[in-house]
Design a binder for this molecule. Structure first.
Ligand SMILES: *[C@@H]1O[C@H](CO)[C@@H](O)[C@H](O)[C@H]1NC(C)=O
Ligand SMILES: *[C@@H]1O[C@H](CO)[C@@H](O)[C@H](O)[C@H]1NC(C)=O
Length: 436
């Protein structure tokens, strides 16, 4: 998108004295301007590929400025962006700040702890008492991790590293625990936007031994996964092409790291599919929170499965399954939020969620990260925004120990005024948590 802007400004820079030249210049500018708008509009449709560089790699591509009159016109054509309504009310003249999606929240004091041995995006985590197991993830697009780093909250140190089985997914996996065994289901195998695997495993954290589980009936990317009443539940996620949302829901009886059945059982499909959601069991209730439809896909024919951006819709929907085994819709998150599968903890009958990524900017189409901490009250089923992280960040791995809320890893923003994704980090932070 940088090229048309440069061209536009380049023509703008020419000075001409004769009237006819001025007219030609304006016609030309209008023509190029229209081309630019058409380009931008096409970019918002699913058929158009954008380089992942715009939101992954450290680039400083200029943000496209859209002339005011056409801005309004363009906004009128937007269908699925909620914020547009308020923009229209404010009138076309109003500049839409890059940070407009940030919600007011108290500043919290955060203390930096030892960083993880490696930075990771799309890593996964499980907390068992004071031990925090951090799985896989991307160091960058062309390198994925295949080990588990272990942090001990009681001494605030990274204390161990466990190799993952060769056949296990590196990212976009489903993960759950019973308090000793960790179950890992399906996910993406390899770098860039490579294909998924249905292979599934369990890890005995006491002996550090792995076992295989029956493969998921079909592979999924980042399916919502939880152990609930003795069964491993796996639902949603993206299908084999990484983009199409899956609605299927399967379960498998498990005990002590072993499957008690040969095959996964079909369960009631989830009302809305897609990857990168939080999936949380609280007694008789199973919650599925946030997520998105659509994701980056491998560029057709690319030998390295190069990631290319596709249309995606981030949402804040909350669904709950209870003993009736019927999905119920609960109040949505304060804003659409995705990439939060390990960004939550349960504290004092509340779910606490840190960071994430929200809907793209309606004008610039840039990805926007989330810097708030959310609380979902399990009694009243109400949401509040309770605090701010040190920066906006997605795919955080979150834990809670001895009154402290911890998070580590993910992809952070470009700075306080720029919510676009930039650096993949392994930093660990904590803050004293007080929830009411
Ligand atoms: C849009 O209009 C406002 C006020 O009329 C002005 O300040 C701003 O510079 C304009 N933006 C563009 C991109 O032309
Ligand atoms: C949880 O509730 C207990 C009892 O009311 C309180 O002492 C504690 O501080 C609360 N924990 C957090 C993290 O707010």
């Amino acid at each position: 998108m940088a090229t048309p802007t440069t061209r536009f400004h380049h023509h703008h820079g020419h000075g001409h004295s004769s009237a006819s030249k001025v007219i030609i210049f304006f016609c030309l500018s209008a023509f190029i301007g229209l081309g630019l708008i058409a380009n931008l509009f096409r970019a918002s449709l699913s058929s158009h590929y954008l380089s992942i560089a715009t939101n992954w790699v450290d680039t400083d591509a200029p943000v496209v400025l859209i002339p005011n009159a056409t801005l309004n016109n363009k906004l009128l054509q937007e269908r699925d962006v909620k914020s547009v309504k308020s923009v229209k009310r404010m009138g076309p003249e109003r500049f839409l700040s890059a940070t407009f999606a940030d919600l007011p929240a108290p500043e919290w004091h955060w203390e930096q702890m030892p960083s993880a041995p490696v930075p990771r995006l799309d890593g996964y985590s499980i907390q068992i008492k004071n031990m925090f197991y951090v799985f896989g993830g991307y160091a960058h697009l062309d390198h994925v991790h295949s080990h588990v780093d272990v942090f001990d909250f009681s001494i605030n140190k990274w204390v161990d590293q466990i190799k993952m089985p060769k056949e296990m997914a590196n990212s976009h996996l489903g993960i759950a625990t019973d308090g000793r065994y960790i179950y890992i289901v399906s996910g993406q195998y390899g770098t860039q936007c490579r294909g998924p695997t249905a292979a599934s495993f369990s890890l005995d954290t006491a002996t550090k031994k792995w076992k295989t589980l029956p493969p998921l009936p079909a592979p999924r990317y980042a399916p919502a996964t939880q152990l609930w009443k003795g069964r491993l539940h796996v639902m949603g996620g993206s299908k084999e092409n990484r983009h199409e949302p899956g609605l299927d829901h399967w379960s498998l009886a498990v005990k002590d790291g072993d499957a008690l059945e040969q095959q996964w059982r079909k369960e009631v499909p989830i009302p809305r599919g897609g990857p990168h959601r939080a999936c949380i069991a609280v007694d008789d209730r199973l919650f599925v929170i946030g997520g998105q439809e659509g994701d980056f896909m491998a560029k057709p024919g690319s030998p390295i499965f190069k990631c290319s951006r596709r249309h995606e819709v981030v949402y804040g929907d909350v669904y709950m399954l209870d003993t009736e085994m019927k999905w119920k819709t609960l109040p949505a998150m304060p804003k659409p939020n995705s990439h939060i599968e390990c960004a939550w903890v349960i504290v004092n009958n509340s779910i606490i969620i840190t960071g994430g990524t929200t809907e793209k900017h309606p004008v610039t189409k840039r990805m926007m990260l989330v810097g708030e901490v959310f609380q979902f009250h399990l009694d009243s089923m109400k949401w509040s925004v309770i605090g701010k992280l040190p920066y906006r960040i997605k795919t955080t791995l979150t834990g809670f120990w001895d009154g402290w809320l911890y998070f580590t890893s993910g992809q952070r923003d470009r700075g306080p005024d720029n919510p676009q994704p930039r650096k993949v980090v392994g930093e660990m932070w904590r803050t004293k948590l007080h929830v009411s």
